[in-house]
Unconditional design. Structure first.
Lengths: 351, 73
């Protein structure tokens, strides 16, 4: 059981950026009739999403968020010693996007920079990796950049994914300070479930060919995609999540020596409203303690947790204890109990 | 159990007539789709505290099969 405890490391500031372009789901009717769209949209509770313009990458969204945060907090660039970029939509296959961001943000050559290739649990994994490194002496400040352009991964002709995903980027400034107290993490993986959410081709196992790019009807419902589109088996994912995630949340809360009633906010990965509402109900959570952005930003994969904090909890975090929970592609799932002390939240950036 | 399950099943899929019996092949119902499947998984977890994983669920054909699977656990 991967349970981790850190002391004296925490998030000093948090920012997020979303694209300007709003996609209204009720009107996303190019490939499906309006009444069918309404049924799906009402079920998943995703009414609007943001789509990045074609020239904008997840790194650009992160760059905008990081610039805003560093300016708001007047952080000297040469004091950042570690940069981790979490994404499954990087700029290039190589080099790693974190390296490009080191230069673009004007950070020094002595910055430790690397990417983490993870989906919906990625922000929590990224926090844990940074907390572990920051607990050591030597690193002054760290940036966790987390960006996704998931709108580009999925086929608009596959109703299982066409209405769910959106784009966003987030930046967290992580520092060492005794005031942060203890943080607790639980992280998990199950590669036997790789088929639940996947892009089958375009990597080195199944390289790109003219065949892998061909769109075809893939099921009895007439959904259309290529092997280089992502797919998601929503009902199996739901099954997986309800059997693993509540148990993991209870485990990390227990490990933290606290209980559900003592926590101030529960920030879940914003998967869809059906899953999120169900989790909150199953855990018997007070809805006021469960902030959500699923209706207006959709599922932005790993970015959804920091995006929800920036969008919904600005000015409400002082001294609060939060439960974070992310789950998805892999499958991986992770939970954390963290205390927010004096965390600055920038205004949401639109680019 | 059977009667209560059929009632909950009908409620979940928004079926108002008496078309659902133990031997009903639920995937052939006009109300069945992937969203109905989601609702059914949620209902079974909520009412019976049972999660039937995807591969096990694929083997279940009739409403009676689902009931037997729940009773097994």
């Amino acid at each position: 059981m991967a349970l981790l405890r850190y002391i004296g490391v925490g998030i000093r500031g948090l920012s997020a950026a979303v694209p300007r372009t709003v996609i209204k789901n009720y009107e996303y009717t190019t490939y499906f009739p309006a009444e069918e769209v309404k049924l799906v949209v009402d079920k998943i509770g995703i009414y609007e999403r943001r789509f990045a313009d074609p020239h904008i990458c997840s790194s650009d969204l992160c760059f905008a968020a990081a610039e805003k945060l560093l300016e708001d907090l007047s952080i000297p660039r040469d004091e950042i010693d570690l940069l981790v970029f979490v994404s499954q939509t990087p700029d290039f296959r190589m080099p790693a996007t974190s390296i490009l961001l080191q230069h673009r943000l004007g950070l020094s050559e002595s910055t430790v920079a690397f990417d983490l290739n993870l989906g919906c649990s990625g922000f929590i994994y990224g926090m844990s990796v940074i907390y572990a490194m920051m607990e050591r002496s030597g690193l002054r400040r760290a940036l966790l950049l987390d960006g996704e352009t998931r709108s580009r991964i999925y086929s608009p002709k596959d109703r299982k994914t066409a209405f769910i995903f959106g784009d966003a980027g987030a930046a967290a400034l992580i520092e060492r300070d005794d005031l942060f107290g203890e943080s607790f993490f639980s992280m998990n993986s199950d590669g036997s479930q790789e088929e639940l959410i996947k892009m089958s081709a375009g990597g080195y196992r199944n390289p790109t060919t003219t065949e892998t790019l061909k769109e075809r009807v893939v099921d009895e419902y007439g959904n259309i995609r290529s092997e280089e589109h992502g797919y998601m088996n929503g009902s199996d994912v739901f099954n997986f999540v309800i059997s693993r995630v509540p148990r993991d949340i209870k485990a990390v809360i227990n490990y933290a020596g606290t209980d559900i009633a003592a926590l101030d906010y529960f920030v879940f990965h914003q998967a869809n409203d059906f899953i999120n509402s169900y989790l909150a109900r199953k855990l018997k959570l007070d809805p006021d303690k469960v902030p959500a952005t699923i209706a207006k930003f959709g599922n932005t994969s790993s970015v959804s947790i920091p995006l929800t904090i920036v969008s919904e909890l600005q000015g409400k975090l002082a001294g609060k204890k939060l439960l974070l929970s992310g789950f998805g592609v892999g499958m991986t799932w992770a939970s954390a109990v963290i205390k927010f002390t004096d965390c600055f939240i920038s205004d949401l950036v639109e680019i | 159990m059977s009667e209560k399950f059929i009632e909950l099943f009908k409620e979940t899929l928004e079926i108002e007539d008496d078309s659902v019996q133990l031997n009903t092949e639920f995937r052939k119902l006009s109300q069945w789709d992937s969203l109905a499947f989601l609702s059914l998984i949620a209902m079974i977890d909520e009412e019976y505290d049972v999660v039937i994983e995807g591969n096990d669920f694929k083997k279940l054909i009739t409403v009676g099969d689902v009931i037997s699977e729940i009773e097994k656990r």
